[in-house]
Design a protein. Structure first.
Lengths: 904, 567
């Protein structure tokens, strides 16, 4: 199709404009635009191409270079007519021209001066020049305009000040002018763009300001420059500025400091460690530090070392394996295949499962953490962001901040097992990925996976799933499951949320955010409901040990495990001076014996355990805190448990002789000689049962029966548990009452239900039934609510054994007189306001697990609110020992009772 | 026979190409210019031309002028119970011209070439074309006014190679064209203008001066009263014409039976109009830039358009070019004559066999696009011209655009005309939508604009990935009128009662006399009243000769009173 223009025009290639024009005219007569538009278009194209070539061939050739046809009636060359008006006009014109030339030369001279004039003076010169009447003439104006453009372009940057007034006068920035590639004007326009850019960067609030400062201020010492790099965003801004200077705005280099620019160019030539990359390291270090300082190390020394190494290696790894390949990819414009860009999402879905499968071991944290890191690296490489995108440092900072938060959170919830920890890590990693980099990739994945799902189905699934997680989460036997559920649900939600952007389901966003909030709050609730019996500590913060055991006192000749124990009472912080410290009735040596730890002391070494005992005013050990422990991870808690059980004190007294609570510090040193082998199963005594979980797991704050003690104070319950061979509680009896039978019974019932033990084993290794004695303190820390004038009612739910006798095979009816289960605070506000009272007859079924499974109102009190509340409260609050059949197996049972609602 | 019509803002004219020359067609009153005015009298009959314009000051609510400025809009004017669009009003003027031509030629005229300002956009051109159809004319060509004027001049100067600039300051528009003639080719090099600048703006300057002087006296009426405004305009127009010949002019009008007069000198007028004079410069510069010619190489500056009669405009042009412009062509008639030349070209008249005219598209045509900025942001609604202004027509140009997003389903673009970088300041003439195949970002579509010789645009799309081709007809939602509707409107216009041709001259004279009666006070008013009585008596004789004589006397008497009538 591309015929040579010369063929179309029908002439030989020529650079003669006239030849071309004549040929065009000749051809045009036969290709009239009226009749043959296509032919005309081709001809015109050929004509313009030919003219363009001709113009390029003879460089200065311009159509005006040829002698212009003489103007027929110019003012000047008509001297024959002596018209006074005309003559005056000619004279005036000459004068104008002279003025104009003078002003023009003045401006040029000003620009060429060795000593540059101030901007204002230059502008004044130009303004004066522009105001001259000579410029009303089109000819003069046109030639002056191009002269001015050339002059300004040639004298940049000195002529910067002239650009603005000249541009206002001639409208150079008017887009509608065809500039025809006039280079001087292009240069000036580019200069103005540079000015705008520089002015923008100079504003303190603009995104490039820090980078601008870094490049324009003189270079400082090398270390200070390196320090400057650490401030967030600087490096990115400098890169953007350098890129602008290298591409379309070369003039902004006039403002740069040459040294600083050279330094930054060198710096930017290689990928660097950024502050954000060091943040993960900071997180891990902070974690280790915290672990060390709190004196109860969770992690074994080798694990700590490993973590440290990993922490140090992370930035290097990111640099080496993430950023450099990413740079290479970006530079080459490669695109990863789909599966590589999106595969991580499915791998991520597998991580929670993996976390569940991994054994409950510190190493699993490392494994999961490494996997998560790999996932982060993968996503970062395969989903590169544009270089200039400022979200890259933000992403890094996000990782850096999120990890320590996760780890700290983990550490703070120190009851969490390692399984929890892995779940946390995975969840953090998943959310991180999804929120930062993976959005686009996930969107693509969603497009692949979910094209056929309707909006409603997706929204419904997400809502039901997350609501289910929120509802059943706290009820799961293993709290770790909640986190696992969360781990799965969170990415799923985000995934669906993103899918919502792709399909016409704008409204679904709301659908998804609500359950999301519910889940988060459910999660928070599951942590918040833990009883915090240590919230206020009258014993003060743990003091530093003042009487350490002299290691030289330990005889090196010991051949069998030995225990050295000392202790002394100390002054509680912030309480009145006591006259006498707490005195142990038996010496500390007797509290613990070697046999307590036969399992943990298989490795030779010297293990220290420092504990602080909280001795109550009655001489009972209320609690035991491990201050320092070295050796097997569980040596500290085990020591504490034994001590808390066996130690009894004469309480400390103040000057008036009144007993008062005080701390008591005790130190234990376990010496396990080399070559010592534990006696394995040759233990003579069956030993003690060991609780499988802490006492805090047994009893929770919400178990406290309403209506019991409401005044501030400690209520101690001593109890003894009869354990069967499986380690389950057979019977619980209260040995020391708190003073309220309801509290005692409730405590016993709860412990019976929840406590499990590793049963002691006899010489043959068979588990045997045993006893376990313990104490539990209910501390009321809040001020009691003011007594209400309103009802106090239905103190107890003591169901009458109405049906037990009727039921064949029921040997033992369900027992348990839970109460008071309903307090005055439970009185429904509606009913209270309406003055409703009465008794609600209810019938309820106790399940085999002792929980009320069903409750019906058999006789109404006359108020729906009271009836509803009766059943709801009974279902929520009562727990029974289930009825047993003749074979001793728990069976369901139906009972009935009255709930009396009375207003005082 | 194709009629060449100059459909102007203030005056219209018609001409034909006959026997190797363009000949102006006189109207029923014997004038070559017919004012572009429409009026409806008390009987519901439609008046067009001078008779209508004379009624403007006396019956402002029943008379309309300068409607060309609203061409292409939906603005409706109510006249005597009927509602008229600018197209309808133009159609009435065109029909009047057609009738005159038929009377002059003694043959039916069905085809016409109509001139439009170069800066008329697609919408306005289509409206003009429809107006022609409503008047029962087949529009053979729309031709740009400056091009027509240049043709009228150039057709006599074909032999020499020359370049010249046509400076056309009409009643409502200002156009500048640069033309080159060589080897019998008349080539329009560039054509620009300001479609909001014309003689009417100079009138407004005088109106403003009057208002400034008498505003406090008139109070609220200065702003609100249309009747007063029409009187002011009338006074300004007369004053401006006086200033063309004299060093000062008396502006006078009667408002609420009170006579107001002020004297304006040429210098005062010039000072007041400085802003308008400055606005004349930029289009000239732009036309020269676009034409790639230097001002020195122009052989002539040709003045066209009634407003160039003003000495201050001539002075400004002289100053601008440093030489005296050529005023050899009658500025009022050149456009109509040029249209007739174009009609001759179109009809392949033997005398014009060797002449070829190439015109340009005076404005850029393009689409709106979104640009990805280097920083990753976006710049929306940027105008991307496909056909640059002052390209020779017919022309066909294509540009390639690409999708911004992955899986982008469609590309929707507005089609714009204008020169601003952002489309918001350009004229939207339509839109196009392309379905794209699902694919990564960067899928290309080629958009081809074809602009034909009549200034109508066609768009072709070519989706490069799928090979799909599509031809779009640009439709403007405001602009879709089906043929049936057009026919209905044509019939409705045809059914309007029109004043009998014969009595038009009498009607015009009477209208003028009535206006004068209103304009004068005291003895003069009584005198005009007597004149009217005499004229009416003469008309009632039903004798044409008596009526004609009485009319001549009346016109002569009025000329004496207020100066000669003008067109």
């Amino acid at each position: 199709m591309s015929k040579s223009p010369w063929v179309i025009l029908g002439v030989k290639a020529s650079s003669d404009r006239d030849t071309i024009r004549r040929a065009y005219a000749r051809k045009l007569r036969v290709t009239n635009p009226e009749d043959d538009p296509e032919g005309f278009m081709a001809l015109r194209q050929a004509y313009e191409t030919a003219l363009g070539r001709a113009r390029r061939a003879q460089i200065p050739a311009d159509d005006v270079a040829r002698p212009a046809p003489p103007a027929p009636n110019p003012i000047a060359p008509e001297p024959a007519v002596v018209d006074p008006e005309r003559a005056a006009a000619i004279a005036a014109q000459a004068a104008e021209k002279a003025d104009f030339e003078r002003a023009r030369r003045a401006l040029l001279a000003a620009l060429k001066r060795a000593q540059p004039l101030p901007d204002a003076e230059l502008q004044t010169l130009l303004t004066a020049l522009l105001a001259l009447p000579m410029l009303d003439q089109i000819t003069a104006r046109v030639s002056f305009e191009s002269w001015l453009a050339d002059t300004i372009a040639r004298h940049l940057p000195r002529s910067d000040a002239l650009i603005e007034p000249a541009m206002a006068e001639f409208g150079w920035d008017d887009n509608s002018r065809s500039r025809g590639g006039y280079s001087a004007m292009e240069a000036i326009l580019n200069r103005t763009r540079e000015w705008q850019y520089v002015n923008a960067a100079r504003q303190p609030a603009t995104p490039l300001h820090l980078g601008w400062l870094a490049l324009t201020t003189p270079r400082r010492a090398n270390w200070r420059m390196r320090l400057a790099v650490l401030s967030p965003g600087v490096e990115w801004q400098v890169r953007a500025l350098l890129a602008a200077a290298d591409t379309n705005l070369p003039g902004i280099r006039d403002w740069f400091n040459a040294d600083a620019e050279a330094w930054w160019r060198d710096f930017a030539s290689r990928p660097r460690l950024r502050l954000s990359m060091l943040l993960p390291l900071a997180g891990i270090l902070a974690f280790l530090l915290f672990d060390l300082m709190t004196g109860e190390p969770h992690l074994l020394m080798p694990v700590r070392v490993l973590l440290l190494v990993v922490g140090l290696a992370i930035p290097w790894l990111i640099l080496r394996y993430v950023l450099r390949p990413q740079m290479a990819f970006a530079a080459n414009g490669w695109r990863w295949p789909m599966w590589q860009r999106l595969g991580w999402a499915s791998a991520l879905a597998l991580l929670p499962a993996l976390a569940l499968l991994l054994p409950d071991h510190p190493l699993s944290i490392i494994a999961i953490a490494l996997l998560a890191l790999v996932a982060v690296a993968w996503v970062t490489i395969t989903n590169p962001l544009p270089d200039t995108e400022p979200s890259l440092p933000r992403f890094g900072a996000f990782i850096g901040l999120a990890w320590p938060f996760g780890l700290f959170g983990l550490r703070m919830l120190d009851k969490m097992s390692f399984g929890h920890a892995a779940g946390w890590l995975v969840m953090t990693a998943a959310l991180l990925l999804i929120l930062s980099r993976g959005r686009e990739a996930l969107a693509a994945l969603a497009r692949h996976l979910l094209p056929r799902f309707t909006a409603a189905a997706l929204g419904g699934i997400a809502a039901v799933g997350s609501l289910a997680a929120a509802v059943i989460g706290p009820g799961l036997p293993n709290p770790a499951m909640v986190h696992m559920v969360m781990t799965v649900v969170s990415p799923a939600l985000v995934l669906l949320r993103i899918a919502g952007d792709l399909t016409p389901m704008g409204r679904m966003k709301l659908w998804l955010i609500i359950p999301w909030v519910l889940v988060i709050s459910a999660m928070a609730g599951s942590f918040g409901s833990n009883p915090d019996t240590r919230r206020s500590d009258p014993y003060g913060p743990p003091p530093i040990m003042t009487a350490p055991i002299d290691p030289s006192a330990i005889a090196p000749t010991i051949t069998a495990p030995a225990l050295i124990a000392t202790g002394h009472g100390v002054q509680p912080a912030g309480s009145p001076e006591f006259a006498k410290a707490a005195q142990p009735i038996r010496p500390p040596d007797g509290w613990v014996n070697v046999d307590d730890y036969h399992g943990g002391l298989s490795r030779p070494g010297i293990y220290f355990v420092d504990v602080r005992l909280r001795v109550s005013g009655t001489g009972i050990v209320m609690g035991c805190d491990v201050l320092r422990s070295g050796g097997p991870a569980n040596i500290g808690p085990r020591t504490c448990e034994a001590v808390a059980e066996r130690a009894t004190f004469i309480p400390a007294t103040d000057v008036s002789g009144t007993a008062m609570p005080s701390p008591y510090l005790a130190s234990f040193v376990w010496v396990v000689p080399k070559g010592y082998a534990p006696p394995a199963s040759t233990m003579a005594s069956p030993g003690q049962p060991r609780p499988r979980s802490g006492i805090d797991d047994w009893v929770q704050f919400k178990d406290y029966p309403p209506g019991a003690f409401e005044t501030r104070g400690d209520y101690v319950i001593g109890y003894t548990l009869q354990l069967d061979a499986r380690g389950k509680v057979d019977r619980c009896s209260v040995t020391a009452s708190s003073g309220d039978k309801a509290v005692d019974d409730r405590t016993c019932a709860v412990i019976s239900k929840r406590a499990t033990f590793d049963p002691p084993r006899d010489a043959a290794g068979q588990a045997v039934p045993s006893r376990y004695a313990g104490k539990l303190v209910w501390r009321i820390t809040r001020k009691a609510a003011p007594a209400r004038p309103a009802a106090f009612l239905g103190r107890q739910i003591c169901p009458r054994d109405t049906r037990a006798a009727d039921r064949p095979g029921t040997a033992q009816p369900a027992r348990g007189c839970n109460g008071p289960v309903i307090g005055s605070g439970d009185y429904p506000e509606l009913a209270r306001a309406a003055g409703k009272q009465g008794a609600t007859g209810i019938e309820f079924t106790i399940g085999t697990d002792g929980i009320v499974t069903q409750c019906n109102v058999t006789r109404s009190s006359g108020s729906g609110a009271l009836d509803d509340a009766s059943c709801r409260l009974v279902k929520q609050r009562t727990r029974f020992l289930p009825a047993l059949d003749a074979a001793g197996q728990p069976i369901t049972e139906t009972k009935e009772t009255n709930v009396q609602w009375e207003l005082d | 026979m194709i009629l060449g019509i100059d459909l102007g803002t203030t005056n219209s004219a018609a001409a034909i190409w006959r026997d190797g020359a363009a000949v102006l067609v006189p109207n029923r009153l014997g004038d070559v210019l017919t004012p572009s005015a429409v009026s409806v009298d008390d009987g519901g009959a439609v008046l067009v031309g001078l008779a209508a314009r004379e009624r403007q000051a006396s019956h402002p609510a029943a008379t309309v002028t300068a409607f060309k400025r609203y061409m292409g809009t939906q603005r409706q004017t109510r006249l005597g119970g009927n509602s008229f669009s600018p197209e309808d009003l133009s159609a009435l003027v065109l029909r009047s011209l057609k009738d005159d031509a038929e009377a002059f030629l003694g043959a039916a005229v069905t085809e016409a070439v109509i001139t439009v300002p170069a800066y008329f956009n697609d919408k306005q051109r289509k409206a003009t074309r429809r107006a022609g159809e409503l008047a029962g004319l087949k529009i053979e060509r729309l031709i740009n006014e400056p091009t027509a004027a240049a043709l009228a001049y150039g057709i006599h100067n074909l032999a020499a190679e020359s370049r010249f600039l046509v400076f056309d300051l009409g009643g409502g528009t200002f156009d500048v064209s640069v033309l080159e003639i060589f080897d019998g080719i008349i080539e329009v090099r560039s054509s620009t203008g300001d479609n909001r600048l014309g003689g009417e703006d100079f009138n407004e300057v005088l109106v403003a001066m009057l208002r400034q002087k008498f505003g406090t006296e008139w109070g609220k009426a200065t702003r609100d009263s249309d009747a007063l405004y029409q009187k002011l305009r009338e006074a300004a127009e007369r004053g401006r014409r006086q200033l063309s010949a004299n060093a000062e002019a008396r502006l006078g009008l009667v408002w609420r039976d009170k006579s107001h007069e002020m004297t304006v000198t040429a210098e005062e007028f010039e000072t007041a109009a400085t802003g308008l004079i400055t606005r004349l410069r930029e289009p000239v510069l732009r036309a020269l830039r676009d034409s790639d010619l230097r001002p020195e190489s122009l052989s002539e500056i040709i003045l066209i358009g009634g407003a160039t009669r003003m000495p201050l405009v001539r002075k400004a042009v002289t100053k601008m070019f440093g030489r005296f412009p050529n005023a050899s062509v009658n500025p009022d008639e050149a456009v109509a004559l040029g249209a007739a030349v174009q009609a001759g070209l179109k009809a392949r008249d033997a005398a014009l066999k060797e002449v070829v005219l190439t015109d340009v598209c005076p404005y850029s045509l393009g689409v709106d696009v979104t640009n990805r900025l280097p920083g990753g942001g976006f710049e929306y609604s940027v105008f991307s011209p496909i056909i640059e202004r002052n390209t020779a027509v017919p022309v066909s140009r294509a540009k390639i655009y690409a999708t911004l997003d992955d899986n982008q389903r469609r590309i929707t673009m507005g089609i714009y005309q204008g020169e601003a970088r952002l489309v918001a300041e350009n004229v939207r003439i339509g839109s196009l939508e392309v379905a794209m195949p699902r694919a990564p970002a960067g899928q290309a579509v080629e958009i081809r604009f074809s602009y034909d010789i009549n200034g109508l645009l066609e768009v072709d799309l070519h989706v490069l990935a799928s090979g799909e081709r599509q031809q779009l007809v640009i439709t403007d939602p405001d602009d879709t009128i089906d043929p049936a509707e057009l026919e209905r409107r044509r019939l409705a216009l045809a059914a309007l009662k029109v004043h009998p041709r014969d009595s038009e001259a009498n009607r015009a004279a009477m209208a003028r006399a009535e206006r004068c009666w209103q304009d004068f006070l005291g003895d003069q008013r009584d005198y005009v009243g007597q004149l009217i009585g005499q004229f009416q008596a003469a008309l009632e004789t039903q004798d044409l000769r008596i009526a004609d004589r009485a009319r001549d006397q009346l016109v002569a008497a009025l000329d004496e009173l207020e100066g000669p009538g003008y067109l």
